[in-house]
Design a protein around this ligand. Structure first.
Ligand code: XIL
Length: 395
């Protein structure tokens, strides 16, 4: 296919997608539409010498793809090919990352974040310890800065998170149990109202389950039993009826006791008419352990009538990482992305962090690291190219 034909085809696919997604229009795609027309026009002119048999073909092809990124308000580095967000968008999905406040003053990190991703999850800034450090005292400054950055760069936001036993200020866990419900509802209502219309989705309850499928015995469970989950979802829905509402957890990627319990929980919530839109599969993997049942697991959740999302993908390696490790990591990333592409209701994949230099893994899992698609200097690793390839060839 000639270069102008490819550009026109891509333009049509992207335009069609935007047209059919008017409610939650991907901002980056909207920004890209005029760029695609311009790139197509440019490549018609640029392709002339290539057609005449010069060696300009590859260069023009790279230029066209790079141009799409740049015109969309991003900056794809020459040589890294099409950005992940655009490849994902061709399947109607997003590709996201997590950003924290310190990340916003790290230009090498932001170059990659801006070029590659179209969804942002604040890494810490919307959690309870930041947003309501004392009862009734709210602080949305840090979260607002992440949202402002994301929107200025045509990225949407996954709100993370409203109710979680961790990063929970001690005033909540030491409340008399008969005051917990009101405190939880006030927290949710205030935070969700503050961000109404500005976030695509909320992780309403984070990590509610233990490995054996029982509920985590936190202050919310102690005060309300399992009904705190339905109450949290209903409260969030009342404050922003258009936001997608998720339950998010780890070790529910494959079929096991914990994901069975999440499945039964979501099924029961749906049967009761509780507003739940999706299930987040955190996907903090150890090298070589992506479950073979991940695709079947995503499909069973989708069959309940909810979206699924890969919300916090990383794949940690025992350091030092060998080239064989990096090849295995590339295969792991391609598997996860391929599984998402195979499920219509898998709405997108988010990596937890931008590169190995900002990843949470070394700080939390001693001896492990190298868990992302970009190295310590924000250069793409084999996992990046494998992800690109998976996005090009499947779906
Ligand atoms: C992590 C952050 O990345 C760290 O900076 C913080 O110290 C602890 O939390 N599951 C989640 C995320 O849902 O919120 C966690 O983020 C990682 C595990």
């Amino acid at each position: 296919m000639s270069i102008p034909d490819r550009a026109r085809l891509l333009g049509r696919r992207v335009a069609g997608l935007v047209h059919s997604d008017c409610h939650h229009r991907p901002l980056k795609l909207t920004a890209a539409i005029s760029a695609i027309a311009a790139a197509a026009a440019l490549s018609v002119a640029a392709a002339v010498p290539a057609v005449a048999g010069t060696s300009a073909g590859t260069k023009t092809s790279t230029g066209t793809r790079t141009g799409l990124g740049i015109k969309a308000g991003t900056g794809t580095k020459a040589g890294t090919g099409a950005p992940l967000w655009l490849l994902a968008a061709q399947h109607g999905k997003y590709f996201g990352t997590a950003l924290t406040l310190p990340n916003l003053s790290d230009p090498p990190l932001l170059n990659v974040a801006d070029a590659q991703f179209d969804m942002v999850t604040p890494g810490n800034e919307m959690k309870w310890d930041t947003t309501e450090p004392a009862n009734g005292t709210f602080n949305f400054g840090p979260g607002d800065q992440i949202v402002a950055y994301a929107h200025a760069h045509h990225m949407r936001v996954r709100g993370h998170n409203l109710v979680w036993q961790s990063q929970l200020p001690s005033w909540v866990s030491s409340l008399p149990l008969d005051q917990v419900k009101a405190a939880m509802e006030q927290h949710i209502t205030t935070e969700v109202s503050h961000y109404r219309g500005q976030v695509y989705s909320w992780d309403v309850v984070n990590e509610p389950l233990n490995g054996d499928g029982s509920f985590v015995d936190d202050v919310f469970y102690q005060a309300m039993g399992p009904s705190y989950i339905a109450d949290a979802l209903r409260t969030a829905h009342a404050a922003d009826p258009r936001a997608k509402l998720y339950l998010n957890d780890y070790n529910i990627e494959g079929i096991n006791a914990k994901s069975d319990a999440m499945y039964n929980l979501v099924k029961s919530l749906k049967e009761q008419g509780v507003p739940i839109s999706g299930v987040g599969l955190e996907s903090h993997f150890i090298l070589g352990t992506v479950p073979s049942t991940m695709l079947a697991n995503m499909r069973r959740f989708a069959a309940l009538g909810v979206d699924v999302a890969v919300t916090e993908l990383d794949d940690r390696i025992q350091l030092p990482a060998t080239s064989a490790d990096l090849a295995q990591q590339a295969s792991d990333y391609a598997t996860v992305v391929g599984d998402c592409l195979a499920v219509r209701r898998c709405v997108g994949v988010s990596q937890w962090g931008v590169g190995d230099a900002d990843s949470w893994i070394p700080g939390f899992f001693t001896g492990y690291g190298a868990a992302t698609m970009f190295d310590e200097n924000y250069q793409p690793k084999p996992a990046f190219y494998a992800t690109q390839q998976a996005l090009r060839h499947q779906g």
